[in-house]
Design a binder for this molecule. Structure first.
Ligand SMILES: Cc1cc2nc3c(=O)[nH]c(=O)nc-3n(C[C@H](O)[C@H](O)[C@H](O)COP(=O)(O)O)c2cc1C
Ligand code: SF4
Length: 681
């Protein structure tokens, strides 16, 4: 399915059907799989969590599964704010969650997980511990060598999960899911990549399933049959024979179904080594991992229900998945992280109001940084009490202002949308003939077309608020004052610096040679490459000190042309440090390398001498010289475009600087600020 089908059309039928999953009846076939948001306080669910889940229940979703919760005492330390289900003190917040979600007609399961080796044994000050591994292979990320579990530890794990499931049941929630995917504890147990045991817990698929069978039997012994239990499985780890293959996953489903313990199988894919397959970034196909759902369904028959996930972004896509027979429940996880009302907006024919997830994976990048997850396109996510549905306050006729906003990038558009929805009169002036600002450039790069959805959504919101949009309009103080505004917002963005000043070169006030004609900034270079790639010549060097998608995307575009040699030089330890956190690098870097792009790391720029780029190892040492470059592209610092704001001093009662024009930052920060300002004016 293509991204465009996210908007969809046609009849929805299957998606509205209720379903029995074990002891649980859900009102429709839509769901959210577990998503670690890390709003926990003192390692239990917070009121912020509850407001977040309540908003989605109110928005119409049938079933939600909480973020991963530790099923055992050693498992909450993989993320700093990770929560426990194992401790009794988790119960009161679970009770609150059950009340909140049930009051809105949805159902809520808890995902129980163990970290295994994907943990940090020193995360929590008073709970340092050696990691428990199924074998002695450490995490490729954390690299702590674990203690290999013996019979006592394995039995302790089963006991812990039984206790945790019992806590969830006791609190009145609807069921639990064992997280056996994405290389967490039970994923490690199932995968030959981690489980190299030769006793009764390793050596064959059946033996690798044994701990999970022990755990499931313990849970059933504690909670009985009238409580829903399921499991999440990765159908392919994309490690070849080294990891779980679809054939092994088939066997797992057969073995686990035969236990009679499981009411559902929640099918996903990917591992810690291949997280980009688990949480597909922008440009990935839509429509769920249907092949895997179908395989699992063939095995379970009517013995268990199948849940399926994978870049399903709207109910029409979900309907198609249900029609294909690949699933009983369809997850739209990030899609509902972005818009809690996705289901109800669709049901009520308000699809134009949907805020679409564009798979920019800012939510993922944030949790990799050990920060609570937020959404780039919707600043209200995670801030439901403050900004969630129903919190926008209209202005009285007396409070109504005329606001002129200069700049039609994300920040300007979002402020215009929010302020106009409150009843202000808003005029937006944009220099270019298109809305979108910096995003307009990104969206034209390979794999980035979904950015257009973000522009369309904000344009729609501005239109609903009656914003007057003037494109191709170069604003100055006169034209702003001619609108007789009560308030001006300058959101004119930022420009690239070409002086070579950089935090990588303390004390250096500039780099010689950057003022030559064949040295250009990354945005200008991308514009030129999009129009005529050959205009950049045959040899191109990108000096990348930002690590985001843009330099990689430009290299991707250029490398698809015949006869252009591209080298990316960065002082960072790897190319695309930020793009790795959004999982874009995993797709992009192999493509770049295959296309012959040279990736040079830990090289700090020293000079540009004519057509030569001179750099040196970041920590000192001899120089490196790349010769005869046709175009040298600079992606370093940016500076605010704020002259208009200063020029308006004393001319207008109220003026604001917004977004990159205030300080050049990430779009997610700009959107936050825009929401805040749109509500404050
Ligand atoms: C920020 C973030 C955190 C996630 N945390 C979990 C988790 O705790 N447990 C889990 O099984 N999957 C987790 N996932 C994977 C999602 O459940 C889901 O499989 C993935 O986002 C793909 O589905 P989607 O395209 O509908 O978003 C997470 C995904 C994201 C984006
Ligand atoms: S941050 Fe990006 S990927 Fe995550 S939900 Fe929001 S739009 Fe989707």
């Amino acid at each position: 399915m293509k991204a465009e089908s996210a908007k969809g059309s046609g009849e929805l039928n299957m998606v509205w059907q209720p379903l029995d999953i074990g002891a649980t009846q859900v009102r429709n076939r839509t769901m959210m799989t577990a998503m670690g948001v890390f709003y926990g306080e003192d390692h239990i669910l917070s009121d912020r969590h509850i407001a977040y889940y309540r908003a989605r229940a109110k928005g119409g979703v049938g079933l939600m599964i909480t973020e991963q919760q530790a099923g055992h005492r050693l498992s909450k330390g993989s993320f700093f704010a990770g929560c426990t289900a194992w401790e009794k003190r988790a119960i009161p917040q679970y009770e609150k969650l059950a009340d909140a979600v049930h009051a809105e007609g949805a159902r809520q399961f808890v995902q129980l997980f163990g970290c295994g080796v994907h943990d940090k044994g020193t995360m929590i000050l008073d709970e340092w511990h050696p990691l428990w591994g199924i074998s002695d292979i450490p995490s490729v990320v954390h690299r702590e060598i674990p203690r290999v579990m013996g019979k006592t530890e394995l039995a302790d794990i089963a006991k812990g999960f039984g206790e945790a499931a019992n806590n969830v049941k006791h609190a009145g929630l609807d069921g639990v899911e064992l997280h056996a995917a994405h290389s967490y504890l039970f994923g490690q147990v199932l995968s030959p990549a981690y489980n190299t045991r030769t006793d009764e817990y390793g050596g064959s698929t059946a033996k690798r399933c044994r701990l999970i069978v022990d755990v499931a039997e313990e849970i059933r012994a504690r909670v009985g049959d009238d409580f829903t239990l399921g499991i999440r499985l990765s159908y392919d780890e994309y490690l070849g024979e080294a990891g779980i293959t679809p054939e092994q996953a088939d066997e797992q489903v057969e073995i686990l179904t035969a236990t009679g313990c499981f009411d559902f199988f929640n099918i996903t894919r990917g591992s810690y080594h291949t997280l980009h397959m688990a949480i597909p970034p922008m440009g990935s196909p839509h429509g769920g991992y249907q092949e895997f759902g179908q395989r699992a369904r063939k095995i379970t028959g009517n013995r268990a229900k199948i849940f399926l996930v994978g870049r399903v972004t709207g109910l029409h896509e979900a309907e198609t998945v249900l029609e294909s027979g690949a699933a009983d429940m369809v997850a739209m996880t990030r899609a509902q992280f972005a818009d809690p009302e996705l289901v109800n907006k669709t049901r009520e024919g308000r699809t134009d109001e949907i805020i679409h997830c564009v798979a920019a994976n800012e939510c993922v990048a944030r949790i990799f940084d050990n920060r609570p997850a937020t959404c780039l396109v919707n600043p209200a996510t995670g801030r439901e009490t403050r900004w969630g549905p129903g919190t926008l306050e209209s202005v009285t006729p007396k409070e109504k202002k005329k606001i002129v906003i200069v700049g039609g990038g994300l920040g300007g558009m979002k402020t215009a949308a929010v302020a106009s929805a409150r009843g202000h009169e808003v005029v937006l002036l944009e220099r270019s003939i298109e809305l979108g600002g910096h995003i307009n450039l990104l969206k034209r790069l390979p794999s980035r077309s979904e950015w257009q959805l973000a522009i369309d959504d904000l344009t729609g919101a501005m239109n609903r608020g009656g914003v007057t949009i003037k494109l191709g309009f170069e604003a100055d103080t006169n034209s702003i004052l001619a609108e007789t505004p009560d308030c001006a917002v300058i959101a004119a963005g930022a420009r690239w610096r070409l002086d070579g000043v950089s935090p990588f070169r303390p004390g250096v006030s500039g780099i010689d040679g950057l003022d030559q004609e064949h040295v250009i900034d990354i945005s200008s270079a991308t514009e030129r490459a999009l129009d005529d790639p050959a205009s950049l010549g045959q040899s191109v060097v990108i000096l990348d000190e930002i690590g985001t998608f843009l330099p990689l995307g430009l290299a991707d575009l250029l490398s698809q042309q015949e006869g252009i040699n591209v080298e990316i030089i960065t002082p960072d330890p790897m190319v695309g440090m930020e793009a790795q956190k959004t999982l874009d690098s995993y797709h992009l870097l192999p493509r770049l390398v295959a296309a012959g792009v040279k990736l040079t790391t830990q090289q700090n720029l020293r000079a540009v001498e004519g057509r030569d780029v001179v750099s040196g190892f970041s920590w000192g040492g001899p120089e490196r010289r790349v010769q005869d470059i046709d175009t040298i592209i600079v992606a370093m610092l940016r500076e605010p475009v704020d002259a208009l704001y200063h020029a308006l001093e004393g001319m207008i009662n109220e003026r604001h600087l917004l977004g990159d024009a205030l300080a050049p930052r990430k779009p997610v920060q700009v959107m936050y600020e825009a929401e805040e300002l749109g509500r404050a004016i």
